[in-house]
Write a protein that binds this ligand. Sequence first.
Ligand code: NAD
Ligand code: ZN
Length: 263
Amino acid sequence: MSSTVEAVVSLVGGAKRIVVFTGAGISAESGIPTFRDPLTGIWARQDPEKLETANAFREDAALVWGWYLWRRAQVAQAVPNAAHQAIAQLTWTRDVTVITQNIDDLHERAGAVDVIHLHGSLEQPKCFACHRTPTAFSFEEPIASEDMRIEPPRCPRCRGKLRPGVVWFGEELPAVAWKKAVLATKNCDVLLSIGTSGVVFPAAEIPTMALRAGAYVVHINPVQVVQPSCRELCLVGRATEIVPALVFLMRPSTGAQVERPVP
Ligand code: NAD
Ligand code: ZN
């Protein structure tokens, strides 16, 4: 059964520690395709098993590097939407940890602080051979097509090929990010799970972990992703219509204007 924003706020609005857990759906309305939405998803046109594995990179590094450059170009053209902005505002006024499965940087560009990226980032390539992240790296110009083959640049340390700094199928999550995410999840009072299908593990364990630790979990998605159990609530709708309304009602009661903090 789906809830109303007001009902959710009356139950969890006063939460002390909040985790915001996001997936590809939060960036959909910024024009970045999700993986599993029919027709518009990247998977409707590409087979990720062929492009998002270490084996794929071994076999055709230029194809994989070119495809990620195209995805990065898509992200560069996108702007944070009202849901990213509302979450950023929440981080300025409440105890909030943002955990994202996304490899884009729209939370940061909206102003959210200390975002935990479980699946890495398009912005930080690393060496396929020695695994180091080059300190100074600048990308080539954005490219127009996703099937353009482009040779990856070389590692300044060992001359190995640079690969995208994202987590591929079959790879472990970054240990520090996972540890921080688990800690925040086990200590939160409420977890907002926004725009995720909940099928990519171990990231998908995060909402269940919060429930087991006694927190409320609120799912925000145009489709009802779960049959809610005790302490689980569903707000059915798009992120940009629900998240700003929720954050508005959760704002501090002083009525003061929320301003972005000076870094
Ligand atoms: P997913 O594609 O499996 O699921 C997307 C979910 O978003 C679906 O449940 C869908 O109903 C929902 N959704 C669609 N439009 C929405 C909207 N306007 N508001 C709220 N929800 C909406 O994505 P996932 O669960 O994040 O997991 C898949 C993997 O996809 C992750 O590992 C992630 O790294 C990767 N991915 C990331 C990006 C990105 O960085 N923006 C884009 C595509 C895929
Ligand atoms: Zn190297």
